[in-house]
Design a binder for this molecule. Structure first.
Ligand code: R5P
Length: 325
């Protein structure tokens, strides 16, 4: 593996503990102004320093993320479908590798739709994206999107994750499920777990804990952070599990304690209700963002890490990508 690619990966999955906390805010690429993410700039500002990397589209990166940040950008480069369109699996690559380099992307992310109508296209696109990205030393994160008709079980997710890894993805994002260990075992590259639709804070912390215990390197969490009433408290609680080995109980206690801290970031749309758009094709293949919140397992004994990530974190990649990358 090329030095540059390894270096970028180490900004996303921290070398010291092989863990990752990715903040997902790319939902607008097919959902438009997702509930509580209507103003990405306001959402990102208080959360950025608590994540290891940010999963983002180029439009939001350019307009809403300060260019002085040293947080690695995981750039979504696929799109082309919308929640009101015919088929969410009909995606293509929408960002050129040159633009990704201009945006100093630390990784490129795209969805694959295994078992869906456009399976072939998305898998071939993944292979092509890896070809392009490897030339520039940029890792690729494959997102295993799951359609409604497909179960989010270990059998299906193992299939999707393995296919992504076989195509050369350097990280695979998938969902937590029963027998999650089997998904991890059969995937030769690191797995990161999506948060899924909003559930209670306690359940989201359980999901985080169990995913890591099952072998995931961490979480790529969106709605369960910025749709929380206390997003900063929530990301810090998630972080205490990912990087501090906190138990669910410790992390939840931290979440409760931090709610009283000022300034606290609350939703910018407290009265907003649901939903944006509903699909006109209910049976189509689309990501469901379901979460799995399996039983909490036994607690660990290590202390909670609840302090913000130091801005001098030496593990952060802060070197710009050279023009020949
Ligand atoms: C979906 O559009 C994206 O891939 C999200 O980044 C992913 O689903 C993680 O976000 P959440 O935790 O809200 O599921």
């Amino acid at each position: 593996m090329d030095w540059g690619l390894k270096n970028r990966l180490s900004g996303i999955i921290k070398a010291q503990n092989n863990r990752a906390l990715m903040l997902a805010i790319d939902h607008g690429y097919f959902l438009g102004p997702t509930e509580k993410l209507e103003n990405p700039k306001k959402v990102i500002a208080p959360l950025l320093k608590y994540c290891d990397s940010l999963m983002v589209t180029r439009g939001v990166q350019r307009t809403c993320v300060p260019n002085s940040t040293d947080v690695p950008m995981v750039l979504r480069v696929s799109g082309g479908a919308s929640i009101i369109g015919e088929d969410l699996s009909q995606e293509d690559i929408t960002v050129s590798i040159k633009d990704a380099v201009r945006l100093n992307a630390s990784a490129l992310a795209m969805s694959i739709f295994v078992g869906s109508k456009y399976e072939h296209k998305s898998i071939v696109n993944l292979g092509k994206l890896v070809n392009d990205a490897e030339e520039f030393g940029i890792p690729v994160l494959a997102v295993t999107a799951v359609g409604k008709e497909l179960g989010k079980d270990a059998r299906y997710l193992s299939l999707a994750c393995r296919i992504a890894a076989e195509q050369g993805a350097h990280i695979v994002k998938t969902y937590y499920c029963d027998n999650f260990e089997k998904v991890v075992e059969s995937c030769p590259v690191p797995i990161i777990v999506a948060g899924g639709k909003k559930i209670s804070e306690l359940d989201a912390l359980r999901l985080t804990y169990n995913a890591i215990k099952g072998g995931a390197v961490g979480v790529d969490m969106g709605r369960n952070i910025w749709q929380s009433e206390y997003p900063v408290a929530m990301i810090r609680a998630v972080r205490s599990i990912v990087h501090g080995n906190a138990t669910v109980e410790q992390a939840y206690k931290l979440y409760q304690t931090l709610q009283s801290e000022k300034p606290q970031f609350k939703s910018n749309t407290p009265n907003q209700t649901k939903p944006q758009f509903k699909s006109n094709t209910p049976n189509q293949t689309k990501p469901q963002f379901k979460s799995n919140t399996p039983n909490q397992t036994k607690p660990q004994s290590k202390p909670v890490e609840n302090k913000p990530k130091p801005t001098t974190d030496s593990s952060k990649p802060n070197k710009p990508i050279k023009s020949n990358n």
